[in-house]
Design a protein around this ligand. Structure first.
Ligand code: TRH
Length: 362
C-alpha cells in the first residue's frame, strides 16, 4: 500500500495498518526533517528506511520509480505525482482519497463515492473519517484502552520533573496555532483563585507566549511563573507518547485533526483549535462537531462550551467566556467517557479501510 498526505494522521494510520493488520505499507513523506519530531528514530538523511513495520520514503521530485502497491491512499486531497499516476494506470490499484475529518451531514452522502480520473483509466474513491456509522470512523488503535489502563500519572509527572497536581489545581496542555486570544486566557489563568499549570509542547504558540511574558524566546525546559499561573515548556514528545500528556491533564487544548481525535479518546475536557479554511468553512465544521458533541449536555454547559470554543477560534472574547467554561469543566469531564463510548460504536478507520479494500479488490 502506498500512503501520501498529512504526516500526523498518515503516520498514525500507516503504523496501525502495518502493526495490527500486517499490511506492507510504504509512506511517502515530503519533509523528513520535521517528521522527525513525531518519529525521533527517523533519519532525515535516508531516502528509504523502515520503522515500526512501515517503509518510509522521501517524497522527492521526480519520485523514484516504484511499482504502486495494491492500494494507494492519497490523504487530504494531496495530488499524486504524474509519474506515479501513469504507473498506476497499468495495474490499476485501489485508489483511495482519504478526506478531512468532518462532522457535517453531507459527509455520509460522499463517503466511498467513486470519481473517475479525467484522462487515465483510474477511479479514485473518497473515504471520509467521521463520527457515525455512515462514515469511515476514526483512528483508534486496538491496544488503546490497555495502554490507558496501564498509565501511571505519577511516573509521567516525575519524568517531566514536575510534582503531581495539588488538590484543586488545574493542569492544562496547550497545543494550538497562533492565537490572538492567548493574552486574555493567560490573564484569566494568572488571576485564578487556584493554581493553574499550563504545559506547552514546543511549537507555534511559543512566540505569543514569550511576548506575553516579556521574554525574547522560549524553549523546552523553560518555566514561567506569574501569580497563580505556572507555564512549563515541554519538548515535542514522540507521537506514540502524546496520549500520555492528554491523559494526565484535566483540560487539553488541541488543534488540526490528529490531536483533536486523540483528545476525544482521552475523555478529558478539551478545546479544539480548528485549522482555518477559506470563506470561514472551518467555522461550519466546528459548529457541526459541536452540534453532535453537545448532545446530552445541559443547556448551560452546552452554551459555555460553545461560547468558549467559538471565542478561542475567533481569537476574541476568550477572557469573557472563560469563567462559564471553567464552571462547565466537571460536567464536560463526566461527558468525556460517554462521548468516547458513543464513538467506539463505529468501527475504526483502519479496520474500515481494510474492509473496503477487501470488498473492492476481490
Ligand atoms: O499539525 P496539525 O495542525 O495538522 C493539521 C491537520 O492534520 C489538518 O488535517 C491539516 O489540514 C492541517 O494540519 C494543515 O495538527 P494535528 O493533526 O493534531 O497533528 C499534530 C500531530 O502532532 C499529532 O499527530 C499529534 C502530534 N504531537 C506529538 O506527536 N507530540 C507532541 O508533543 C504534540 C503536541 C503533538
Amino acid at each position: 500500500m502506498d500512503n501520501f498526505g498529512d504526516i500526523g494522521v498518515c503516520w498514525r494510520l500507516a503504523r496501525q495498518l502495518a502493526v495490527e493488520h500486517g499490511i506492507a505499507v510504504r509512506l511517502w513523506v515530503d519533509d523528513l526533517k520535521s517528521t522527525r519530531r513525531l518519529i525521533p528514530s527517523l533519519d532525515p538523511g535516508k531516502a528509504c528506511q523502515h520503522i515500526d513495520g512501515v517503509e518510509i520514503r522521501q517524497w522527492s521530485d521526480p519520485l523514484p520509480a516504484v511499482a504502486p502497491g495494491e492500494v494507494v491512499i492519497a490523504a487530504f486531497a494531496c495530488p499524486l505525482p504524474e509519474s506515479f499516476l501513469a504507473a498506476m494506470a497499468g495495474p490499476k490499484p485501489l485508489w483511495i482519497n482519504l478526506e478531512y475529518l468532518s462532522a457535517e451531514d453531507w459527509v455520509s452522502g460522499c463517503h466511498r463515492m467513486p470519481s473517475p480520473h479525467p484522462r487515465l483509466p483510474l477511479t479514485q474513491h473518497f473515504f471520509f473519517p467521521g463520527l457515525d456509522a455512515s462514515t469511515g470512523g476514526l483512528i483508534r488503535e486496538a491496544d488503546y484502552a490497555t495502554r490507558r489502563a496501564a498509565f501511571v500519572p505519577e511516573v509521567f509527572w516525575e519524568a517531566l520533573d514536575l510534582a503531581s497536581p495539588e488538590p484543586g489545581e488545574l493542569r492544562i496542555s496547550l497545543f494550538s496555532y497562533e492565537n490572538p486570544g492567548l493574552p486574555e486566557l493567560l490573564k484569566a489563568w494568572w488571576e485564578s483563585p487556584f493554581p493553574v499549570t499550563c504545559l506547552v509542547p514546543e511549537g507555534r504558540v511559543l512566540p505569543g507566549l514569550a511576548a506575553e511574558f516579556g521574554v525574547s524566546g522560549l524553549r523546552a525546559g523553560d518555566r514561567l511563573i506569574r501569580d497563580s499561573l505556572t507555564v512549563r515548556v515541554l519538548p515535542f514528545v514522540e507521537q506514540a507518547r502524546y496520549d500520555e500528556l492528554l491523559w494526565a491533564c484535566n483540560l487539553n487544548f488541541v488543534r488540526g485533526e490528529d490531536s483533536f481525535v486523540r483528545a476525544q479518546w482521552a475523555e478529558q475536557p478539551f478545546v479544539w483549535h480548528i485549522y482555518v479554511q477559506q470563506e470561514d468553512a472551518h467555522l461550519e465544521k466546528l459548529e457541526a462537531f459541536l452540534g453532535r458533541y453537545r448532545i446530552g449536555l445541559g443547556p448551560d454547559v452546552a452554551r459555555a462550551l460553545t461560547d468558549f470554543w467559538l471565542a478561542w477560534n475567533r481569537g476574541e472574547g476568550v477572557g469573557a467566556a472563560w469563567p462559564a467554561f471553567l464552571e462547565a469543566l466537571p460536567f464536560l469531564a463526566a461527558h468525556g467517557p460517554d462521548w468516547s463510548a458513543h464513538l467506539q460504536q463505529v468501527d475504526d478507520l483502519a479496520a474500515q479501510l481494510v474492509q473496503f479494500g477487501k470488498v473492492e479488490i476481490e
